[in-house]
Design a protein around this ligand. Structure first.
Ligand code: CP3
Length: 353
């Protein structure tokens, strides 16, 4: 077990004292970095890159060599689970992820089971390899999609604007959707536990599409299954707590309910005021967020002003991990990402005296 040289991120998630507000960026390894594009070309494709231990390790570390980030995130994708379930994941040029065999028929849904974790061994190998490469520099975050967000891709067969197929299933045959969600929750629990065993020091559930649900449906079809995972995953490893972060994009209306499921922290998109969110969750959980990813398209001055506004809104004390409210855009300027990271470190110190 290597000693962590910088554990600020883990301390902030547990609301323990820190010297400055830690920062990482969702999708910090990716196409906005020219070095990422070069490595992906060497790998052949995005999926080949995810499955190549050395290259997945290399792209995980790339943003850390450019920016003073306080955490690394495993390079992989949320759709590895449905791929391992046999749905046939592929990426059509310019169209995002697609499945060869979307899950729309009752007979296929009845047959769905959580995949053998051996089929995802390449992910756990990447976790172990990244931990070795980090050598205690910063903690490593493991992740998964939420059961509902995975179901959106599995049922729609890819990205969607309206989510008509999954919402039709939800309103007309809710039992079928519950079967998929329960299977996904079992799979995600085993998957996150295996990432923790391989060395992930915190885990995040990406509920990218929970926010498309109506009030009531969110609790039944998304939150409930994230609670099942929270109840089923290991929360301690290597003698330390492994914090769980739940991020529902568009989840600002439900923060009190989300704070009650047992996660250590909630991710916030850019639409809510983080100070109000802090009062609403009443110190039950830490908060991660919530800089609009498109604010990186402003000027160096406007980026610093926006960082200052968010830090002031959160206020004094620990329990804040600075992040974007969603993934960094592929057209973002890496120089601007550096301005953001440095501004968070510099401007947050007075809030931790
Ligand atoms: O954050 C990181 O740096 C770690 C890597 C990571 C990726 N995907 C790599 C990736 C993480 C954490 C994800 C999560 C993910 N994947 C989510 C949840 C977060 C979010 O953005 O809402 C979702 C919905 C997916 C599914 C997915 N994968 C989509 C919709 C796409 C295509 C759209 C896009 O942004 O390109 C992907 C592909 C993908 N996943 C890329 C990367 C770097 C781009 C692939 C490429 O190199 O061409």
């Amino acid at each position: 077990m290597t000693h962590l040289k910088n554990d600020t991120f883990l301390r902030a998630l547990l609301k323990q004292p820190v010297e400055y507000t830690p920062v990482w960026m969702m999708r910090q390894a990716g196409r906005y970095l020219p070095e990422y594009k070069a490595t992906r070309t060497r790998a052949g494709s995005f999926l080949d890159l995810c499955k190549n231990t050395d290259l997945a390790t290399e792209v995980t570390i790339q943003p850390l060599d450019r920016f003073d980030l306080d955490a690394a995130i495993l390079f992989s994708d949320i759709l590895t689970i449905p791929d391992a379930m046999g749905l046939g994941l592929y990426f059509a040029e310019g169209e995002g992820p697609k499945f060869e065999r979307p899950l729309q028929h009752e007979a296929d849904i009845a047959k769905l089971t959580a995949p053998d974790m051996g089929r995802l061994q390449y992910v756990f190998d990447a976790v172990a390899s990244i931990r070795r490469a980090l050598n205690g520099r910063v903690p490593l975050i493991g992740f998964s999609g939420s059961p509902f967000t995975l179901a959106c891709y599995m049922v729609e067969g890819g990205s969607s604007k309206e989510f008509r197929t999954i919402k039709t299933m939800m309103y007309s045959r809710p039992g079928l959707l519950h079967k998929i969600l329960d299977t996904n929750a079992q799979a995600v629990t085993a998957y996150l536990n295996a990432q923790i065993d391989a060395g992930a020091q915190a885990v995040q559930i990406f509920d990218t599409w929970g926010g498309i649900l109506s009030d009531g449906a969110f609790e039944q079809f998304s939150l409930r299954y994230m609670k099942q995972i929270s109840d089923g995953i290991k929360r301690e490893n290597e003698g330390r707590r492994v914090p769980l972060i739940i991020f529902t994009k568009g989840g600002g209306l439900w923060l009190e309910k989300m704070a009650a499921v047992g996660a250590d922290a909630l991710g916030l998109d850019w639409t809510c005021n983080i100070g109000e969110a802090r009062r609403r969750v009443g110190g039950q959980v830490a908060l991660q967020g919530n800089f609009d990813p498109f604010a990186l398209f402003g000027t160096p001055e406007s980026i610093r002003t926006e960082v200052a506004r968010i830090l002031a809104a959160y206020g004094h004390g620990s329990g804040h991990v600075f992040n974007l409210g969603h993934g960094i855009n592929q057209h973002a300027n890496p120089e601007h990402a550096k301005i953001l990271v440095d501004a968070v470190h510099e401007l947050s110190r007075p809030y931790h005296i």
